[in-house]
Design a protein around this ligand. Sequence first.
Ligand SMILES: Nc1ncnc2c1ncn2[C@@H]1O[C@H](COP(=O)(O)OP(=O)(O)OP(=O)(O)O)[C@@H](O)[C@H]1O
Ligand SMILES: Nc1nc2c(ncn2[C@@H]2O[C@H](COP(=O)(O)O)[C@@H](O)[C@H]2O)c(=O)[nH]1
Length: 211
Amino acid sequence: MLVLSSPSGAGKTTLTRNLLEQENKDDPGKLELSVSATTRPKRQSEIEGVHYHFLDKGQFERMRDRDELLEWAEVHGNYYGTPRDPVEKALSEGRDVLFDIDWQGTRQLLDKMRDDVVTVFVLPPSAQELKSRLVRRAEDSDAVIAKRLKNAAEEFLHWNEYDYILVNRDLNKSFARLRAILTAERLKRVKMRNLEDFVGKLLTELKSITP
Ligand SMILES: Nc1ncnc2c1ncn2[C@@H]1O[C@H](COP(=O)(O)OP(=O)(O)OP(=O)(O)O)[C@@H](O)[C@H]1O
Ligand SMILES: Nc1nc2c(ncn2[C@@H]2O[C@H](COP(=O)(O)O)[C@@H](O)[C@H]2O)c(=O)[nH]1
């Protein structure tokens, strides 16, 4: 489970989408994005079921109360949460899951599944650039942008709860670093499947070719 968090506008959605596209080119189906549920209004560019499952407050609360969310939080005045079933299905089938969630949700995932969770906090190169990115994205009203910038102060404080920090200045460099994190984490001994069998086979083969 690879989690990206950041203040709004730092670039985690851009990085997760790039990572998903590139990884699935190289190894189709190995990495899956967790599509969150939210009560936030849909943006113009967003597609139901692809970017989010857009719910009303009642629908969200019913999912939450039936324990159908792995984690949930109120962020910028709306509810956001991770549907449990798709994540559990992907993990049980040996796929990795990518999350774009805030620090509150990250804490909940860590409480439940600490050993399986790798966390990355994305920082903007400057506060001014953070603002410029939100304005350039042109998806939110001035009031929403102002609220998100105000909330960034609280979000910045959680950087030290994460395994890795990415200062997202140059997108290509940040992307390369994110891929390096994923590659290194997948190569950790404790995360490799069937390693004992593989080493066992190497030993058998070695015996057969040594006099
Ligand atoms: N390294 C970068 N340099 C310049 N622009 C960038 C960079 N990374 C992302 N952007 C741009 O900044 C804007 C915000 O990025 P993005 O939507 O990925 O942020 P986010 O962290 O996911 O925000 P939110 O939390 O609101 O979803 C987008 O228009 C994106 O194209
Ligand atoms: N705790 C959770 N946070 C989530 C989830 N999905 C998204 N988010 C975070 O919300 C903000 C705002 O996102 P936006 O799409 O409205 O710009 C951002 O920090 C996301 O990471 C979730 O399922 N749980």
